[in-house]
Design a protein around this ligand. Sequence first.
Ligand code: G4P
Length: 283
Amino acid sequence: MGKALEKMSEAIRKIDVVIEVLDARLPWSSSNYQLQEIRRSKPCIKLLNKHDLADPITTKAWVRTFEKESGVRALPLSAKQHSETKQLIKLCQQLAPNRGRPGWPLRAMVFGIPNVGKSTLINTLAGRSLAKVGDKPAITTCTQQIDLHNGMILSDTPGLLWPNMDDQSVAYRLATSGAIGASALDYTCVGLFAAEFMMRRYPQLLAARYKFGDMPDTPTALLETIGRRLGCLISGGEIDVHRAAEAFLRELRAGKLGRISLEEPGDVVVNDGVMQDGEAVQE
Ligand code: G4P
């Protein structure tokens, strides 16, 4: 076990509830399997954050799937909405009913890979800006303890958790969501991945946003059509596919096409209690 994980494992001993922040659009790809190992039997809330961007039917299916795991509760919410984060406090109190009294604070710790919304959540719960929210992943690096003045002490992770990037489809889904920076993978390839995915899963959202009658035949043709619509042209009127991919991903991430989920529980296979990517297992 790496030094950072050892530190986290040690920290988990002293807390009552583990809050794992996931991106609701890709809850499996944005998880960290090592957290499973170090959390042992501690109660865990899988927070499906950014649910305002995710397909609500798929999010419900993820909640049912996660709640089959022992000691796990799943909660979709938007960390930006103070009213929604109140449900999280309630759930923590349910999971640690003997805590939250004077002298016995309820101790919760927030975990998650970069960019899932940990800082946003901490700031919303604290009611003030304590952690930096940014467009570059991995901005939060120091641990802090925050007294929420409701019997609960919140800490952020003493270290960074990373997703499992060995699996290519996981890497592409993370890049599509914006969790991986632009330098990690080629933008055009990510755009083509996202285009192929949207043609398969959400063709109606593409048609509604880009107003085409017949769906283009290939992901490349789709990016070209989108590029033409959005004015991503180079001299001579040719489409700049790289810029088209960037513009398409920007719109997708901002929810301009509607609420989409990049993976469903059915995409994942459970082998010996461990979730694995269905496509990778078939290969
Ligand atoms: P991190 O600490 O886990 O690295 O994530 P962080 O809070 O920095 O959030 C990463 C991005 O996700 C931020 O956007 C943040 O506003 C956005 N975000 C967090 N929670 C939610 C949510 O519930 N819904 C939506 N739609 N977005 C959320 P950004 O564009 O990188 O920064 P900013 O422009 O908001 O400052």
